[in-house]
Design a binder for this molecule. Structure first.
Ligand code: SAM
Length: 299
């Protein structure tokens, strides 16, 4: 397959992430196609950081199986695996609608081509070349949640998801949310060891967590005495586990239920770069959704 706009990202943890999304979508649509009460709802899959629909492995370090070996040496040929948008489009039974958001124009163009590949779903696929937070906040407000249920997948590179967006998602009472929290990728790096992060980074962290309480949770101020004087010293006390726990607790404040076993996605040096989290806003479906997601996260 030759594609015009390569999109390289991720490592083997990307497989881990997508496999879990794929399993959840399958179970979700099984329920919504079989359960007489659930069948009433229009179902939407929303990918707010959708990419192109594919992942380019041409230059990545990701191990590629024998499947692609016969392509070696052909400079024209790139190696692609499915990205989340294609994973969702392949799901059986299908969702009633697919909503793909992507800020990068050339990626959005690629997403539009999926309508040709999935002709049978063509009219149910919408692609918007827009900023995810802005779009989602309006969409959450404008959708009729008495007739709609949705799975929203937020898969940013870094700290692009605003807390306000999560609040709007939680308020709908109709959305199951999968979100990649940028634990080691961004957040832990911003948390300086000595002293709080500078003002602009602190503001970013507060926007991400929806509170400035992270300062007390992640830092301790104490009096230290050396040869010359006694002074206040603020130091980081939080490790990766505590940071992840804090985010999950924050989600619990606004969502009906949150999976207690988010999955750390680790790089080749075993550092958790993201935390794959699940939260549900629909009170009626919450227990079932959490049971399924927790199982998927744990296996
Ligand atoms: C990690 S990639 C998504 C990969 C995709 N989920 C997949 O599995 O194929 C993140 C994508 O989000 C896009 N993006 C970054 N910031 C964005 C924003 N604020 N709104 C919408 N898209 C954004 C990037 O251009 C990039 O394509």
């Amino acid at each position: 397959m030759i594609k015009t706009t390569p999109h390289q990202f991720g490592g083997s943890w990307t497989e881990e992430k997508l496999e879990r999304i794929r399993k959840y979508l399958k179970e979700y649509m099984k329920i919504f196609s079989k359960n007489p009460r659930a069948k009433y709802f229009r179902t939407i899959y929303v990918d707010a950081f959708a990419g192109t629909g594919y992942r380019d492995l041409t230059k990545s370090n990701e191990p590629v199986g024998g499947l692609f070996d016969d392509l070696e040496g052909d400079a024209e040929v790139q190696r692609f695996l499915n990205g989340s948008a294609v994973v969702a489009l392949e799901n059986q039974p299908p969702f009633s609608e697919y909503l793909f958001l992507e800020k990068e124009p050339k990626y959005a163009k690629e997403l539009n081509l999926l309508k040709e590949r999935y002709v049978h779903l063509g009219s149910s696929i919408q692609v918007h070349n827009e900023e995810a937070n802005q779009f989602l906040q309006n969409w959450c407000q404008q959708t009729d949640w008495t007739k709609t249920r949705a799975v929203v997948f937020l898969d940013p590179y870094g700290m692009q998801v605003k807390w306000q967006t999560l609040e709007m998602i939680a308020k709908t009472q109709g959305i199951d949310l999968w979100i990649l929290f940028p634990l080691g990728q961004a957040v832990n790096r911003l948390l300086t060891r000595k002293g709080l992060p500078d003002e602009s980074q602190s503001t970013r962290l507060t926007e991400l967590f929806g509170t400035s309480d992270w300062k007390n949770a992640f830092y301790r101020t104490e009096m230290v005495t050396d040869l010359f004087d006694t002074r206040e010293q603020t130091s980081k006390i939080a490790n990766l586990e505590a940071i992840g726990k804090f985010f999950v607790e924050r989600l619990s404040v606004i969502f009906e239920k949150v999976a207690k076993n988010p999955r750390p996605l680790k790089n080749s040096r075993e550092v958790p770069i993201y935390l794959l989290c699940f939260a549900v806003s629909n009170p009626k479906g919450a227990s079932t959704a959490i049971r399924i997601a927790s199982y998927i996260l744990g296996h």
